[in-house]
Write a protein that binds this ligand. Structure first.
Ligand SMILES: Cc1cc2nc3c(=O)[nH]c(=O)nc-3n(C[C@H](O)[C@H](O)[C@H](O)COP(=O)(O)OP(=O)(O)OC[C@H]3O[C@@H](n4cnc5c(N)ncnc54)[C@H](O)[C@@H]3O)c2cc1C
Length: 381
């Protein structure tokens, strides 16, 4: 595939692939088992500038364009899903939302710290009773002169267990707004979520807010823009990021399945010579190519600033997440019994791939959005 990238960005992506192979991949299984994302790996990612991947260079970021960012995410995902999930929440959901929706003062205050990795972020939208129906969130804020007071409970907040800064969405009756809240603020409680199928190293936690006082200068955008502007901007970037995670995970799974099929023998022949195993390999390779093509197409539309980049990213996310899950399932199948063992990475890939069909909007929510686009776009004649 011919991908149009300048030498600087190409170099960053190539280095990230090497970092993923040599630093991230060897520790991913252990991190998953221990349920921690090591601070020293976080530090290395920050030193390499990945935590400011798309942040303009004037604010200390790498200034990657959408295509280069996507390739970076895919490279990191193929080494360690947790590292790539950090990029999605910290860079795509929070930094991008601040860059798009915050005031110049807020951008100057926060973005250089985020880009350097001094401040780690999490995005707090979902609640125990409001996931897909995010517009119905119940976390409430009240206005007290120049301050707000927040109360509520957020759930499934990736990396909130180690985050310094939370982008929290809350409502005042019909007015939904977005706030930057430091985790150390009085009244913020972080409760780790245990027993998860995947994302175990992502410090996923509940965030409980009890009479948390927030200064007016920490509201992002105007009152009432929390959902229509901030959440929509964040989730658009988040979906694009997760789409590329799907590519990276599917690539890792296809790599694992082919390596195994070449080595494992049954009935006196390598299993990669059997037609039914080859069918799984063929479908997996075609899916990876298709997912990457859709992500590149979405990336090009984002690069060109076209309005249809939102639906292109949604389609890419939907397809790539499904591609990653099906490919990871088939990678387990090709490994037979060994696919169930954590001696091989494919069982982890399968668990992590399932997450991609749920976060940043479930597969069903994407289908609703894509079908509405389809009903508008086709069948006019
Ligand atoms: C590992 C992980 C990490 C996460 N990280 C974050 C995070 O960092 N920040 C954050 O805010 N949230 C996060 N989430 C939450 C995630 O965004 C939600 O789980 C997701 O939006 C789905 O919401 P829900 O879990 O409440 O499921 P529900 O909305 O209850 O959905 C349950 C089922 O019903 C289906 N469904 C719902 N509505 C419809 C409909 N109208 N039509 C058809 N089917 C429908 C869904 O597709 C799904 O299959 C995370 C979740 C997970 C699992």
């Amino acid at each position: 595939m011919n991908i149009d990238l300048d030498d600087r960005q190409r170099g960053i992506v190539d280095e990230a692939a090497e970092f993923a192979r040599t630093v991230l991949a060897p520790r991913a299984q252990e991190n998953d088992e221990k349920g921690v994302f090591p601070r020293e790996v976080l530090k290395q990612m920050a030193e390499r500038g990945y935590l400011g991947a798309t942040v303009p260079q004037e604010y200390g970021g790498l200034g990657l364009d959408p295509v280069a960012y996507g390739l970076l995410v895919a490279a990191i995902e193929s080494g360690d899903c947790a590292a790539s999930r950090l990029l999605t929440v910290h860079v795509a959901l929070v930094a991008e939302a601040i860059l798009k929706c915050a005031s110049t003062e807020q951008i100057r205050e926060w973005i250089p710290r985020l880009a350097r990795g001094e401040t780690i972020c999490a995005f707090a939208l979902t609640e125990p009773d409001h996931g897909s129906d995010a517009a119905g969130i119940q976390t409430a804020y009240t206005v007290h002169g120049d301050e707000f007071r927040l109360n509520g409970r957020k759930r499934w907040i990736t990396f909130s267990g180690i985050a310094d800064l939370l982008l929290v969405i809350a409502r005042n009756e019909e007015t939904v707004s977005a706030f930057l809240i430091e985790s150390a603020t009085e009244g913020v409680r972080i409760i780790p979520q245990r027993g998860l199928m995947a994302g175990k190293a992502c410090h996923i936690s509940e965030v409980v807010l009890e009479d948390v006082v927030v200064s007016k200068k920490n509201m992002i955008g105007q009152p009432g823009q929390g959902f229509t502007y901030v959440v929509n901007a964040a989730l658009d970037h988040g979906r694009y990021s997760i789409a590329w995670s799907g590519v990276g995970l599917a690539e890792a799974a296809v790599d694992a399945m082919v390596s195994y099929a070449k080595k494992r023998s049954q009935f006196g022949a390598k299993i990669g010579t059997f037609q039914l195993v080859r069918e799984m390999i063929a479908e997996a390779v075609a899916r990876v190519y298709a997912a990457k093509s859709l992500c590149l197409r979405a990336g090009e539309t984002r690069r060109a600033g076209k309005p249809d980049s939102i639906i292109e990213s949604t389609i890419a996310k939907h397809f790539a997440a499904g591609a990653a899950f099906r490919t990871a399932c088939d990678a387990v199948q090709i490994h037979g019994g060994n696919g169930f063992s954590n001696e091989y990475p494919v069982e982890r890939y399968m668990r992590e791939a399932k997450v991609l069909e749920i976060i940043e909007g479930t597969a069903q929510i994407q289908q609703m959005v894509i079908s509405m686009h389809g009903l508008r776009r086709f069948g006019r004649g």
